[in-house]
Design a protein around this ligand. Sequence first.
Ligand code: GUN
Length: 284
Amino acid sequence: MSEIIDGKNLAKEIRESLKVEANKLKEKGIIPHLSVIMVGDDDASKVYVRNKSRACEEIGIEFKEYLLPNDTKQEELISLIEKLNKDKNVNGILLQSPIPKPLDIQEAFNTIDPKKDVDGFNPYNVGNLCIGQDGFIPCTPYGIMKMFEKYNIEIDGRKVAIIGRSNIVGKPMAQCMLAKNATVTICHSRTRELKKELKDADIIISAAGKRNMVTEDMVKDGVVIIDVGMNRNDEGKLCGDVDFEKLKEKASYITPVPGGVGPMTIAMLMSNVIKATKEQNNIK
Ligand code: GUN
């Protein structure tokens, strides 16, 4: 039997402490501000952005949403980001991914001022994470590291297998784990022997976006399972990448979906907005 990692509760604890910090800033006349840009009408993005807006409201962060149409031109997107970069009232800028195909999302991320890049996707922050310098850490990997910390799960010297090599989760996750002295393997769609890689792992972090990607026969006893997947099952219910019911009997720790990684991602975004606001105002 495993211990189920309660991301929902830990995220709530983090938001409570951020509320205290936001109140301290308010006493100094500073209201943290997050601007979110969404291009097009991706349904999942709408839900994510609504959840981000609710968290901002709860903590006392001002939230502004820019909804751009599907046929937005690259120059228009870039010029909005440049405008927000210059705006002294804006502390954090987030461009919700995905955006419509013809647009170049990386160029847009590259344009976000690294000091306001609360997602940590600007190459300056990506580089800082790689060399162990302070910067903004992408919210999902950051939230997962907080879970390991809270539950005192050892990372040093252990084998970590990550499924997925995205810039949003897989790659920054690998850097976070490496910084804590793990031996890291990144698996992806071209990995030849996924089962072998997973069987060997002490910790599995799945960000494949495919239900039943990780099954009982693929893991060893006592493994730690972190499920980043957000999928729907046949009944339309939210589910992760792993066979939770079977794996919770075999793992030492496991995250549920929902109530695991998802709420932590939003809590760490809030944490990054507070960090950005403090740094821009020279507050320690
Ligand atoms: N789309 C899915 N996850 C994320 C995220 O963490 N940040 C942004 N900007 N877009 C996303």
